[in-house]
Design a protein around this ligand. Structure first.
Ligand code: CO
Ligand code: CO
Ligand code: CO
Length: 318
């Protein structure tokens, strides 16, 4: 068989989507993703939970249901006590349990710096996959978690984030996108992706490019963790966020009154961010209601999809 062409590959490496999708039968497709990274917070248990929530998120973004996961862990066993590794794994296992799945295996190796994440398997009906390629003119854009996590992570690393801010960021990052995903599956939406390393506008750009549309974003409507504005003045912008700003240069029409700090926040590289959902206008209120009753109170409309053959993103203040 020519491995470049397997007709059962529904979503593969050729497109920038959240997870791979492989059709097993008329009614069933397998969804697979792997994600792992170095600690972004000091507490090993919280790090495990964040890394697991982040890995699961790509399954949720596809409108799929996770069924099982594998651990991927790197650990400097000569440099750090093994309890730390156990705490990381415990944080991950508890988060997997919250997602209703078991961790059924994994792989560990020695490395200078700890790294942890999951390889997650999910299932979806082949006709119900939610990619980022079907956003349509007039769709409302809804975001389900606040942004600014990259700035706060940098502040945590620099030792200047307050305990309260650190705790708030941990809560946001370790929150599963399960409820948000279930709400969007129930209501029916056109496109979805989760917000991670490419930042809000980087992931929106993937959606608009894949869908062949443009978008408007209203900065004043975007939920942003308030402390991020102050910390932005005290930390260096991360290399990930700088890369996002450089990559998106020329793709975005920044409103005249959008400052460089505001641009950095909108492109801020997130860890385990929320879902960005494109839903038709007539279903958007229902979706917001479903999200709010699932306890996702921050979920809000941040802009809309517009028809634009140049696929540009316009950012305005209001
Ligand atoms: Co993703
Ligand atoms: Co990912
Ligand atoms: Co192995």
């Amino acid at each position: 068989m020519d491995i470049r062409y397997d007709p059962n590959v529904m979503v593969g490496l050729g497109v920038p989507d959240d997870a791979g999708v492989y059709q097993l039968s008329e009614e069933l497709a397998l969804v697979q993703t792997v994600d792992f990274f170095s600690p972004n917070v000091d507490d090993p248990h919280s790090f495990g939970a964040i890394a697991a929530a982040n890995a699961l998120s790509d399954i949720y973004a596809m409108g799929a249901r996770p069924i099982a996961a594998l651990n991927v862990i790197c650990f400097p066993e000569k440099k750090l006590p093994l309890d730390i590794m156990e705490e990381i794994l415990r944080g991950g296992a508890e988060k997997a349990a919250e997602a209703g799945i078991s961790i059924i295996g994994g792989h560990s190796l020695k490395d200078d710096e700890p790294k942890y994440g999951l390889c997650v398997t999910g299932l979806v009906h082949p006709q119900k996959i939610i990619t980022n390629a079907k956003a349509a003119d007039g769709d409302v854009l809804i975001l389900t978690k606040p942004i600014g996590l990259g700035i706060i992570n940098a502040a945590i690393k620099a030792g200047i984030a307050s305990d309260e801010t650190t705790q708030q960021a941990i809560e946001v990052m370790s929150q599963l996108n399960r409820g948000a995903s279930e709400a969007m599956i129930e209501i029916g939406v056109n496109a979805c992706t989760d917000i991670t390393g490419f930042g809000l506008l980087g992931h929106l750009h993937e959606m608009t490019s894949a869908s062949g549309v443009g978008a408007h974003i209203s900065l004043s409507k975007v939920p942003i963790i308030p402390q991020a504005w102050q910390l932005l003045k005290e930390v260096n912008i991360s290399s990930g966020t700088r890369a996002n700003l450089a990559f998106l240069e020329g793709e975005i029409d920044w409103g005249l009154n959008i400052s460089s700090g505001e641009q950095a926040v909108l492109c801020d590289a997130q860890t385990s961010g929320g879902l960005l959902i494109a839903v038709t206008r007539d279903r958007s209120d229902q979706l917001l209601e479903a999200l709010h009753s699932a306890g996702i109170l921050v979920a809000t409309e941040i802009g809309e999809i517009i028809s634009d053959e140049n696929r540009r993103i316009r950012v305005r203040k209001k």
